[in-house]
Design a protein around this ligand. Structure first.
Ligand code: C6P
Length: 409
């Protein structure tokens, strides 16, 4: 296997982790919501704003050229990071949500018709559900869902009956943000292709957490958020396979995306610029490029192995508490554990943990239909990244054990 990096030196790259919250050392276990940022990314933003800041693609002056070069260099980095065939397949977005809305509105608005089917799964985040509901309402298309089994995996046995020729697009998450399930994305993309459907992978919880190669995966679209992988909030990208992106009409109109405009009509640039109307988040893209460099220097296989080991260890320890239900697969999971304590509402347990410096998450995690199916109002979730440690899991366990005493006293 790969030699281990110096994880404690890597942790020291994250200034925010070195603080107390409510008089206790911060334990940050809310990484699935957003990750923290290393100095390299913070410095890249600072350097950009102190030296290079200007609008892109429009100016003929030095700073505008520098900003444009930095912006486009970041696009190239993202393309390599995802294994895309070229930088033209990368559209900068505000994050996963915007990427999926782009596909549902622009591609879906042109190609999905009444009576056709949009296939999703029961474990989708609202971001990979509501945009398709809106498209279904507008187009008259129907929604279908691949069921989630008791163990938190997809019911692949049901796929033959669901993935019929009326399916126009199959959209699914790579890693579930509530269950930690890692879906067999390459197989799902292949099955979609076999019936002539396009595939969209929600990569919010996988980009930056696991090796990703969109061509090996065989997807048509892959959407992710920069802020969950060390980059600034408001950054992210959508990968679209060249042929599919080229056939997709624009969605937002404005500057940057046109070739020529008259009072009556406009002609549009090729992808990806056709999908980037208005002044983009240049600093966000620069920060995203710096995050890509940072993660690649560590290695995504190592990050995945580290986070999965923490998740499995946390799962085994949490399970020893009385009255606990764990969600998702027992093995082969992303770096998070969702659980419910029968003795405390998820919000109350999260509030209690915060008193001791532990940042957990409690709620429906933007998975309301899944929570209903699981029969719980919400869950607690501990989600890990490569700067977290086993000692922090032990600290969490001490807090959860004390919480059990407190709530059952
Ligand atoms: N989940 C959490 O689980 P945005 O907000 O666009 O960066 O990401 C949306 C999104 C889409 N898909 C999945 C699988 C996700 O996990 C998320 C974000 C966060 O805590 C916020 S609910």
């Amino acid at each position: 296997m790969h030699p281990q990096p110096d994880w404690s030196a890597i942790r020291a790259d994250f200034p925010i982790l070195d603080q107390e919250v409510n008089g206790h050392p911060l334990v940050y276990f809310d990484n699935a919501a957003t990750s923290q940022k290393p100095r390299a990314v913070i410095e890249a933003l600072r350097t950009y704003y102190e030296r290079d800041n200007a609008n892109v693609h429009r100016g003929l002056h030095e700073l505008s050229n520098r900003a444009t070069d930095a912006f486009e260099a970041a696009r190239g980095k993202v393309a390599r990071f995802l294994g895309a065939a070229s930088a033209e397949e990368i559209v900068f977005t505000r994050g996963t949500t915007e990427g999926i809305n782009l596909v549902a509105q622009a591609w879906g608005g042109r190609f999905v018709r009444a009576g056709e089917v949009i296939l999703l799964t029961e474990m989708e985040h609202h971001s990979n559900l509501v945009p398709w509901q809106l498209l279904a309402e507008r187009s008259g298309a129907r929604l279908r869902f691949v069921p989630v089994l008791e163990d938190g995996t997809l019911d692949l046995g049901a796929l033959d009956a669901l993935l019929t020729p009326e399916v126009k697009v199959f959209a699914f998450t790579h890693i579930s943000n509530s269950l930690g399930t890692i879906n067999p994305v390459a197989e799902l993309c292949r099955r979609a292709r076999a019936v002539g459907a396009l595939s969209l992978v929600d990569g919010a919880q996988s980009a930056g957490h696991a090796p990703v190669d969109v061509r090996a995966m065989g997807c048509d679209f892959y959407a992710f958020s920069g802020h969950k992988m060390c980059a600034p909030t408001g950054s992210g990208a959508l990968y679209g396979r060249a042929e599919v992106l080229e056939a997709t009409p624009p969605w937002h109109g404005g500057g940057e995306m046109i070739v020529s405009v008259s009072y009556e009509r406009a002609t549009f640039k090729p992808a990806p610029h056709r999908f980037e109307a208005g002044t983009p988040n240049v600093a966000g893209a620069v920060g995203l490029g710096a995050a890509v460099d940072y993660l690649e220097a560590i290695g995504r296989e190592r990050i995945f192995a580290h986070d999965e080991a923490l998740a499995l260890s946390a799962l085994a320890k949490i399970e020893t508490l009385p009255g606990i239900r764990i969600f998702g697969p027992r093995e082969q999971r992303g770096g998070l554990v969702g659980f419910a304590a029968e003795w405390a509402h998820p919000h109350d347990l999260t509030t209690y943990a915060n008193e001791y410096g532990l940042a957990l998450r409690g709620g429906h995690h933007c998975n309301q239909p899944l929570m209903r199916k699981l029969g719980v109002p919400g869950t607690n979730r501990a989600s890990f990244y490569f700067y977290n440690t086993e000692a922090e899991i032990d600290r969490m366990m001490a807090i959860l054990t004390a919480a059990h005493g407190f709530f059952t006293r």
